[in-house]
Design a protein around this ligand. Structure first.
Ligand SMILES: O=C(O)CCC(=O)C(=O)O
Length: 206
């Protein structure tokens, strides 16, 4: 996966913008998204570091009668593990401070996913392992690298929506979103390079 330097942006140092500039989109009366395009700038070097240094792993899962590779690579950073780049620590701190009143607890874990090209994807799901099954929570996602769509649809039927996530963009799924909506990153036939998704969650939610 070769990556040209300054492929996505040419700001000199990695910087995070103001979270107060995020725009809230209500999906329904109890689920919402906060959207902040370009929250991280100058993040080409961060992307290159993550691609090079994260110990990416493939996972396998049972599908009907066979076991298949999950079409993306993963690495989960638990609460006490150092994150693979200081900007990710800054992201987690800024998000925890900004959402402290509304969320009532800090973001602690970081799940990293690498979509190598348009054939990598994640199927419809909600983050309902652990407390996300019963309780409202927030999942903050920062996207680095090639743009991909995050699709969302209500679990009990209804039209899907999609959000384009480009280099440095932030989306926070909040309220009942994990319980009452599913999300997915569909495959694309467009020629796209690698995308790294960084998901920050609270303790006990996967
Ligand atoms: O790639 C993304 O941004 C979404 C990842 C996701 O939904 C998950 O890993 O649970």
């Amino acid at each position: 996966m070769a990556l040209q330097s300054s492929l996505f942006d040419d700001a000199p140092t990695p910087t995070l913008g103001r979270l107060g500039a995020a725009h809230r989109r209500h999906l329904d009366e109890s689920a919402w998204l906060d959207l902040l395009p370009g929250w991280a700038t100058g993040a080409d070097e961060v992307l290159a570091t993550l691609l090079r240094e994260v110990p990416w792993r493939s996972e396998r899962r049972r599908m009907y009668d066979s076991v298949v590779d999950v079409p993306r690579l993963l690495r989960f950073y638990a609460e006490d593990e150092p994150l693979p780049h200081p900007l990710l620590t800054d992201m987690r701190e800024d998000l925890s401070a900004h959402y402290a009143r509304e969320l009532g607890e800090p973001f602690v874990t970081a799940g990293l996913c690498l979509y190598r090209d348009g054939a990598d994807s994640v199927a419809w799901h909600g983050d309902r392992i652990g407390r996300g099954r019963e309780e409202d929570t927030m999942v903050a996602i920062v996207s680095l690298g090639s743009s991909r769509h995050l699709a969302l649809r209500p679990r009990d039927g209804g039209a899907s929506q999609r959000v384009s996530l480009g280099h440095g963009d932030l989306v926070v799924m909040g309220g009942a979103c994990q319980r009452t909506w599913d999300h997915a990153v569909p495959k694309t036939s467009a020629t796209v390079g690698p995308r790294v998704s960084i998901q920050f969650r609270v303790s006990g939610v996967r």
